[in-house]
Design a protein around this ligand. Structure first.
Ligand SMILES: [Zn+2]
Length: 377
C-alpha cells in the first residue's frame, strides 16, 4: 500500500492502522479481527510526515471578469470562509461554480493554509488541473490520481477516494458535485472527507443538482455566467428499438458543430464508435484524457461516450445527443448535467441537445421543468 503523505513516525499513529477499534485510514469502526471491513486495511505500519507549507505570494490571474452573480457568490463564500463556516453553492450547469471559489482559494493560500478541491471522478480532476494552472500561475498545483504525489504542492486536487491518505490535513476542502456518484449516499466517502479536514477546517460543497438535502448556508446561482438561458432539449421518440446502425440521428451529425453522443453502456459506446469511425470515452478506455484533449483541440467532430463525461467538461461549439435516454443510467440529474455541457461560453452561448427515447418517462418532465424554472428565475 502506497501512502501519499510523506510521513514521520508519529506517536499518535505509531505503527498501526487500526487503533482502539477505529481504522486510522478511513475512520471506520467496522473492524473484525484487526481488519477494516470498509477499506480493507489490516494492521500495516503507518508513518505520517508533515507536508510543509511554502510561504510565498500567490496570485490570481483571470483572463475574464466574473459576472455579477459570480461576484456576489464569491463574496458570500469569502465571508463564510472568514467566519469559518460551511456553505453550499447550488448553481446551474455552466454558471461558473469553480470561478466563484477562486478568491477564497487565493485567500486560503496566502494565509499559509492547505486547501484542497475534491471531485468525485478522476477525469474531471485532470481537466480542472489544466484550467487552474493558468489561473494561479504562482501556485504549485498537484492532482492526485494514485500515481502523483503531493510533494511541494500548495493546492491539491483530488478524487474523494484519494483522501484516504490524509488525516487532519486540510484547512479548506471544496467538494465539487457533492450530489454525484460515488460521493452521494456514500458514508464511507463522507467519512474520508471529514477525516482529511482539520478540526477547524471549512467544507464548501458545490452542485448543480441536489439529490440529498444539504443543510449548510447556501447560495443559489440560477443564471449561466453569460446570462443566457439553458438550452431546452429536443425530444424524439425512437421509431424502433435501439440499434447502432440507426439513421435517426445521422442528420443531426451534418453540422459544423462538434457532437458527443451519449449511450447507456460501455458495450454500446464501443459498438457505435466503431460504426461511426470515431473515438469513444468509457471507463474501460485508458486513453480517455487524451481523447478529450484531442477532441477539444482538433477537427474531430464526433465522440461517443458513456455517462463518464456527464460533468465537468467544457468544449466549444458543442451539441449533445443522448441516444438511449430511456435507460435507467440516464437519471434526470444525469440528463440535466449533460444538457449543461452545451452553450458554456460567451462566443457560443447556445447549443443543441437531442434526446432519443424508447419509452416516455416522468424523468423527462423533471428535466423540462428544471430547465424552465432555471430560465425563468
Ligand atoms: Zn478502514
Amino acid at each position: 500500500m502506497k501512502i501519499l503523505k510523506k510521513m514521520i513516525p508519529c506517536s499518535k499513529y505509531l505503527s498501526e492502522s487500526i487503533v482502539e477499534g477505529v481504522c486510522i485510514l478511513c475512520n471506520s469502526k467496522n473492524i473484525i479481527d484487526d481488519k477494516c471491513l470498509d477499506c480493507g486495511t489490516s494492521n500495516i505500519p503507518l508513518f505520517y510526515l508533515e507536508r510543509k507549507v511554502n510561504i510565498k505570494k500567490h496570485i490570481l490571474k483571470m483572463s475574464f471578469s466574473l459576472s455579477d452573480a459570480q461576484k456576489e457568490a464569491s463574496s458570500f463564500f469569502l465571508s463564510h470562509y472568514k467566519n469559518r463556516s460551511a456553505a453550499f453553492l447550488n448553481a446551474v450547469c455552466g454558471s461558473g461554480k469553480t470561478e466563484v471559489m477562486y478568491e477564497t482559494i487565493l485567500c486560503s493560500l496566502n494565509s499559509g493554509e492547505k486547501p484542497l478541491i475534491a471531485i468525485p471522478r478522476k477525469e474531471i480532476v485532470r481537466e480542472l488541473y489544466y484550467r487552474l494552472k493558468n489561473v494561479f500561475p504562482n501556485t504549485v498545483i498537484k492532482y492526485l490520481d494514485g500515481e502523483n504525489h503531493d510533494d511541494n504542492a500548495d493546492l491539491i486536487l483530488s478524487t474523494v477516494h484519494q483522501l484516504i491518505n490524509y488525516k487532519d490535513e486540510f484547512d479548506l476542502i471544496i467538494l465539487d458535485e457533492a450530489d454525484a456518484f460515488p460521493y452521494a449516499n456514500n458514508d464511507f466517502l463522507k467519512r474520508l472527507v471529514q477525516k482529511a479536514l482539520k478540526k477547524n477546517g471549512i467544507l464548501f460543497k458545490m452542485s448543480a443538482t441536489e439529490k440529498e438535502f444539504i443543510e449548510d448556508d447556501r447560495y443559489t446561482m440560477n443564471r449561466r455566467y453569460h446570462g443566457r438561458n439553458l438550452s431546452m432539449p429536443i425530444f424524439y421518440k425512437m421509431k424502433s428499438k435501439y440499434v447502432t446502425s440507426s439513421n435517426e440521428f445521422k442528420e443531426i451529425l451534418n453540422t459544423n458543430r462538434k457532437v458527443i453522443i451519449y449511450v447507456s453502456s460501455v458495450h454500446k459506446a464501443e459498438e457505435l464508435s466503431d460504426e461511426l469511425g470515431c473515438e469513444c470515452c468509457t471507463s474501460k478506455n485508458a486513453r480517455t484524457d487524451e481523447i478529450i484533449n484531442s477532441f477539444k483541440k482538433n477537427n474531430d467532430k464526433l465522440l461517443v461516450s458513456t455517462t463518464i463525461l456527464e460533468r465537468g467538461i467544457t468544449i466549444k461549439n458543442l451539441d449533445c445527443i443522448i441516444y438511449d435516454a430511456s435507460e435507467t443510467v440516464f437519471t434526470h440529474q444525469t440528463i440535466i448535467q449533460i444538457c449543461g455541457r452545451v452553450g458554456r461560453s460567451y462566443d457560443d452561448p447556445f447549443g443543441n441537445i437531442y434526446i432519443f427515447f424508447e419509452k416516455n418517462s416522468f424523468k423527462f418532465d423533471l428535466v423540462k421543468s428544471y430547465i424552465k424554472r432555471m430560465n425563468e428565475s
